[in-house]
Design a protein around this ligand. Structure first.
Ligand code: MOS
Length: 736
């Protein structure tokens, strides 16, 4: 069997197996450890003689470090050393490092960029010394540009163009031309970035909080100038990443450099403020959407053009139009992203890069078009589901958009919505309903995993795959237990250590399907070995509760066949199924909001999401991913926004007191519907990635509900009370 996934696996093996654990809403096996505080996170390892490092951020916006005055702290209690922090993988956490080799340049690219590390015996001593450290700069802040500008921008990549957009717009029955803006976002993972580095015989071991261990090993080796074989990364528990831990960053490199110099373990933990200030942001966007359609609402023209920003020379640009490419009809089209180079911390991947902010705007525009047409917004979407990718002709793999729209609308009670705004008033509150589609690209990524069927029949799964709170431990165990016919309790999963085979890592929603496919294939190899002893094919083997038989045979304990441990490694790489099909996940959001007629405060009242993402591997962890995404969407709609000082570009709201993510009180009843789906094109598991789908469009549904409630169409996220208040209708309208 080829390692690359070239033809769809229609055997649907996981529907033929008997154990019955796949898809079940099983608890995460590490869950009890986490809630009891017994799961050891990166900063919590006890290493004898561990010194404590604290990062120092630049006090200029842009320029260069000319001197670090070590003598300014040398005599302070406990201080062990001060290390220049070379421009530490500024693009760390990009998933795209390797483009810029580490250099000992002391350039300062953005305010608060870490430029030095102070190490002391205790954290308090290091913190005190870090505040006292004197650094000289060549200050070129005057050259900085702090705001993105269309006038100073360049195309981020070639636009997608098809047909004749301008002619189609000119001939269209209805035309919409709107511009929305979205602000910068922070990842705001609960666990701050942390690392403990330690050297032994020229080899480096790093306890880190990372998403992509195999890739991070290479980055770290590059950064400190040693071979990847001499680096071990251990990252079994990660308190959230959302993209911010895709690559290594300042704390890991600084800890490694200092530990080598001091010949002692060194721990570096970022403060919440340092995470906000130095870990990448999601780019702000300005998005112009033009839609042209016929009298029935069928799109003939579609343009989605975005302006995003990043530091000079960074390769990442927020791929705003990613889902617009395949979601709706409109043969005449232009999708384009321009990038403006500004002095702000690095822009990079934040949960669902592209779709998160692209979909909320596209779905706002679709709602506006539906209003123009006096057409139900659900119906408008249904009329515009294309046969293939417009302008390209690429076929879609499995797609449950219509089913999601229907199931969501039914469960939510969409038929009770008033089509016109300002029709429902409850006390001080305007009440309205809104909806949006969800869409997100699906990616299969290269992965490897090792599975052992031990002589006693128990199962061990090993991969460096991480679990960033997403359920990797649970899901990978379920796949192995299902394929090898053992209860889940007999299955052990070990993750997050570079000594294990390289999984796909956690990013782009690909972890469960990709590393899961590797686990699946390792299990297939074990089944084939067992089948040889049984004289039937691996596909016809029936394994359940520790027994084995061929179709029609008498079950016997599988241990009777095992002379020792049966160990197999499985691997997968994307192949022709990735090239020849447009693979994506789909869904629909429906929500009800109340907008205070006097204060402009918006309260989400309830929300329903229906999603199709191939086979559900674990209904509980999948549901949690969808819920988490929807909560992000609500934050994006109502509160989340990084604010930068326009004079020197520094981040103003650098903690969770000032950067407002939704809290429990903000999140009411949420309903998640998981649709039945098998996508054999996507993976041998017939599954796709769900990690990011729940955010992709969710904020649009909230914005559309705000319009339906009070008639205010804001095109500037987040939709805070100050903006709403300025446009709210007479609060006494339609009241008696
Ligand atoms: Mo994700 S933003 O690719 O971790």
């Amino acid at each position: 069997m080829s390692v690359t996934y070239d033809s769809p696996d229609h055997r649907n093996m996981l529907d033929r197996t008997r154990q019955g654990v796949i898809g079940q809403p099983l608890d995460r096996p590490e869950g009890a450890l986490k809630v009891a505080g017994q799961a050891t996170y990166a900063a919590e390892y006890r290493r004898p003689g561990c010194a404590e490092g604290v990062l120092v951020g630049a006090t200029i916006s842009k320029g260069r470090v000319t001197a670090i005055h070590r003598d300014s702290v040398a005599g302070m209690p406990g201080v062990l050393g001060v290390y220049a922090s070379p421009r530490m993988l500024r693009r760390a956490a990009q998933g795209g490092a390797g483009e810029a080799p580490m250099q000992d340049v002391r350039e300062v690219d953005f305010p608060f960029q870490p430029v030095a590390l102070v190490v002391a015996e205790t954290f308090e001593q290091a913190t005190t010394a870090a505040k006292a450290l004197r650094i000289d700069y060549e200050d070129r802040s005057a050259d900085a540009r702090f705001e993105a500008s269309a006038d100073a921008s360049e195309p981020a990549k070639d636009p997608v163009e098809a047909g004749d957009l301008e002619a189609a717009l000119a001939q269209a029955e209805h035309v919409l031309d709107v511009t929305y803006t979205t602000p910068c976002h922070a990842s705001a993972a609960l666990e701050p970035h942390a690392a403990i580095a330690e050297w032994s015989d020229g080899k480096l071991t790093l306890h880190g909080s990372l998403q992509m261990v195999a890739f991070n090993v290479k980055e770290l080796a590059d950064s400190v100038g040693i071979d990847a074989e001499d680096v071990r990364i251990i990252s079994p528990y990660v308190g959230g990443g959302f993209g911010s831990k895709l690559g290594i960053s300042h704390e890991a490199v600084a800890a490694a450099i200092a530990a080598r110099e001091l010949d002692r373990p060194v721990r570096v933990v970022m403060s919440r403020q340092q995470v906000f200030e130095s870990i990448m942001r999601r780019s702000e966007t300005t998005q112009r959407v033009r839609l042209g359609c016929d009298a029935e609402g069928r799109l003939t023209a579609l343009a989605h053009e975005a302006l995003v920003s990043n530091l000079p020379e960074e390769s990442f640009s927020e791929p705003v139009t990613q889902a617009t490419e395949f979601l709706y009809a409109g043969d005449n089209r232009r999708l384009a992203i321009d990038i403006s180079r500004i002095t702000r911390l690095t822009a990079g991947s934040v949960r669902a890069p592209g779709e998160a902010v692209g979909m909320q705007v596209l779905e706002g525009a679709m709602d506006e078009l539906a209003v123009k047409l006096h057409l139900d917004p659900v119906e408008l979407r249904k009329r515009n589901i294309p046969d293939d990718v417009p302008g390209q002709g690429t076929p879609h793999s499995s797609r449950r958009l219509v089913e999601a729209l229907d199931a969501g609308a039914r469960a939510f009670g969409w038929s009770h919505r008033h089509p016109l705004p300002c029709q429902r008033r409850e006390g001080e509150w305007w009440v309205g309903m809104g909806m949006a589609s969800a869409a997100r690209v699906n990616i299969l990524s290269k992965a490897e995993a090792r599975v052992t069927l031990r002589a006693d029949g128990s199962i061990l799964v090993e991969s460096d795959q991480t679990d960033i709170g997403t359920g990797s431990y649970a899901v990978l165990g379920q796949i192995a237990a299902e394929m090898l016919g053992q209860p889940i309790e007999r299955t052990e999963v070990r993750l997050g250590d570079s000594l294990y085979p390289p999984g796909a890592g956690s990013g782009g929603s690909w972890g469960a399907s990709s590393t899961g496919s590797a686990v699946f294939r390792a299990c297939e190899a074990i089944r084939a070995a067992l089948a040889r002893k049984m004289n039937c094919s691996g596909d016809d083997l029936l394994l359940q509760d520790g027994t084995i038989c061929c179709e029609g045979g008498e079950p016997r304990p599988v241990t009777e066949l095992l002379e020792g441990d049966l160990v197999r490694t499985g691997s997968i790489e994307p192949g022709e199924t990735s090239e020849n099909f447009n693979q994506a996940t789909y869904g629909a959001f429906f929500c009800e909001v109340a907008v205070n007629a006097f204060t402009g405060e918006t309260r989400l009242r309830r929300m329903t999401g229906a999603f199709g993402f191939g086979r559900v591997l674990n209904a509980k962890t999948a549901r949690s991913q969808c819920l988490g995404g929807m909560v992000w969407g609500i934050g994006s709609a109502l509160t989340e926004e990084l604010s930068f000082d326009s004079r020197d570009g520094h981040l103003v709201n650098h903690d969770l007191a000032e950067y407002h993510v939704p809290v429990h009180r903000d999140i009411p009843e949420m309903e998640v519907i998981l649709l039945e789906e098998r996508d054999a094109v996507a993976s041998p598991l017939q599954s796709k990635g769900v990690g990011e789908l729940g955010i992709c469009g969710a904020a649009g549904a909230v914005a559309n509900a705000i319009y339906n409630a009070c008639g205010v169409r804001l095109r500037d996220f987040p939709m805070t009370p100050d903006k709403l208040l300025a446009q709210l209708p007479d609060p006494f309208m339609n009241t008696t």
